[in-house]
Every structure is written in C-alpha cells, then in structure tokens.
Design a protein. Structure first.
Length: 287
C-alpha cells in the first residue's frame, strides 16, 4: 500500500469514529463520503488531496524586515526568455528537419526544473581594465554584494581576470530531510552580463542564507543590474536518488534491438519522443 493510501485509510478511520467496524476491503468498495470541511468534496478530489499531502514541501523563508519588500523566488517555468516565447515550432517551409528548439522537450524540461531566486535590489556595476577591476554600488539597506579572495580560484580559472564577486541572498530554503539543492545559473537562458558559480548544498542540515559567488562576463559593463534579475536556478533533489551504480559496457543483443527500434520510431515520426515518451511536467503555454 502506498503512503498516501495508508494515510487516507487512517484518516477515514478517525473520521468515522472510534469503534468503527468498516473493513479495509469495505472501505475500498464503498469510499467514505464524509470528507473534512474545506479539504475535498468528492472521492476524486479527496484522492488528489491526499496525493498533494505527500508532495515534498519546499519553503523559501526570509527575515520579517524583508518580507514584502524584496522579490520572492518563483517556479522556474515562469522565467522563460522572450526569444523562446517568440520562437516558432518550425522555420521556413515547415517541413521535416525544420523544427526549432521550441520542439525540444529536454530543452524545456531543463528550464522548468526548480525555482528562480531573484536579486533583492538594484546594484550598479562598472567594469574596467578588461574586467580586472569591478566597482559596485547599491542603496539597498543591507549588504547585497561582496567579494571573494582571488586566491580561492587561482590565476588560471576561465573567469580571470574578472574578480570573484558574491550576491547576497535573503531567502533560506527549508527542504525535507535527506534533500539537497543544486544551485546553477538559469539553464538554457544565460545572462550576458554575469554568471554565478554552481554548487550543491545539503539544505536539510544547513538552514541558512546561501549566497551566490559570480563573475562578470561583460568586461566592459557599466550600468545597473536591476532588482528581480534572476541570479540562480535552485533545483531540490533527494540525495538517495543521486547515488547510483556506475559501469561501462557493451550493448546486449536485446539492448541493441531496443536502440534500433527507437531509431526507427524516430525516423517514422520525428516527434516520437515528445508525443509518445515525454512526461509533460507543466502546462507550459509556450511548449
């Protein structure tokens, strides 16, 4: 029995009262219709309510002094670039082999994962000396930008000569036990001005504000990076599922047949993956 089914059974037992004689089989044949007020109004609605109760809960929490004054994190699917929205599914005569990345489900899935954490306030940045010198200024009421020592990355990192800067983040992430968070630059929509470094934090144990080191990609930038600019994409994941057994080998006869079958299906229908295999994650209006 799945967790949510077990919980549903226990909740129904409590609902009908102590001393109820309904058996589990009777429960399945005749679902209880006395649903909690404000929770569900039908067997189907109750079923989905129980499913939602067992979805992992991800929370973004900020200090009371900042609440309502800084932009809130939001699902990454809401941050689709304008160039992607305007891109047609096909170009030219709209025949075979004219599909754009708009038809690429893996490309969209990467952009949909997790959440976007936006910049808390405006920051003025001026780079000079081919990026080796960076001056910053902000009127934000708290420290919003800092620096890292150059020796931490060494002289040969590809970001050089740009110094390593650091955006302050004012949202602490609370995740379930056993979960970590992968912080990366927003996938498939790079910012031409700057790039944050990637990192994995065990946020179930490290409950704190995770700041984001970055470097300036535009070595001749002079302007304001506005409040609300996406800094990183935060992708929570269960650590246990990231541990796998790894090996390299040779395809078996059965696996070779499976690969050849997939290739034939793609040649028969170019959208085979998108139409027959892909598990659509969201109702994206631009997919």
């Amino acid at each position: 029995m799945k967790d949510y089914e077990s919980a549903a059974w226990k909740l129904d037992t409590l609902r009908v009262g102590i001393g109820a004689t309904t058996t589990r089989d009777q429960h399945r044949r005749k679902p209880c219709t006395a649903y909690p007020a404000g929770v569900a109004t039908s067997p189907l609605a109750y079923h989905y309510t129980m499913l939602n109760l067992f979805k992992p809960k991800i929370e973004f929490l900020t200090h009371p002094k900042n609440h309502g004054l800084i932009p809130e994190p939001y699902p990454a699917i809401q941050h689709l670039p304008s160039w992607y929205k305007k891109l047609p599914h096909r170009k030219g005569h709209k025949g075979i082999h004219t599909g754009t990345v708009k038809r690429c489900a893996p490309f969209l899935d990467a952009m949909e994962l997790g959440y976007i954490i936006p910049l808390a306030g405006d920051i003025e940045i001026v780079t000079s000396d081919e990026g080796a010198t960076v001056n910053t200024e902000s009127e934000f009421w708290d420290k919003i930008i800092g620096t890292h020592s150059d020796f931490q990355l060494g002289p040969d990192h590809p970001s050089r000569p740009s110094p390593t800067l650091k955006f302050s983040n004012f949202w602490a992430m609370k995740v379930p036990v056993g979960w970590s968070v992968l912080f990366v630059p927003p996938l498939n929509r790079p910012d031409p001005k700057f790039e944050c470094f990637s990192g994995v934090v065990e946020c179930d144990k490290y409950f704190n504000f995770v700041n984001f080191p970055f470097f300036m990609k535009d070595r001749n930038f002079s302007g304001i990076i506005p409040q609300g600019t996406p800094m990183v994409q935060a992708i929570p994941f269960k650590r246990a599922t990231a541990k796998t057994n790894f090996c390299c080998g040779v395809l078996s006869d059965e696996q070779t047949t499976q690969v050849e079958d997939t290739i034939k299906r793609l040649k028969g229908h170019e959208s085979h993956y998108r139409d027959n295999l892909w598990d659509k994650k969201t109702k994206c209006p631009y997919s």
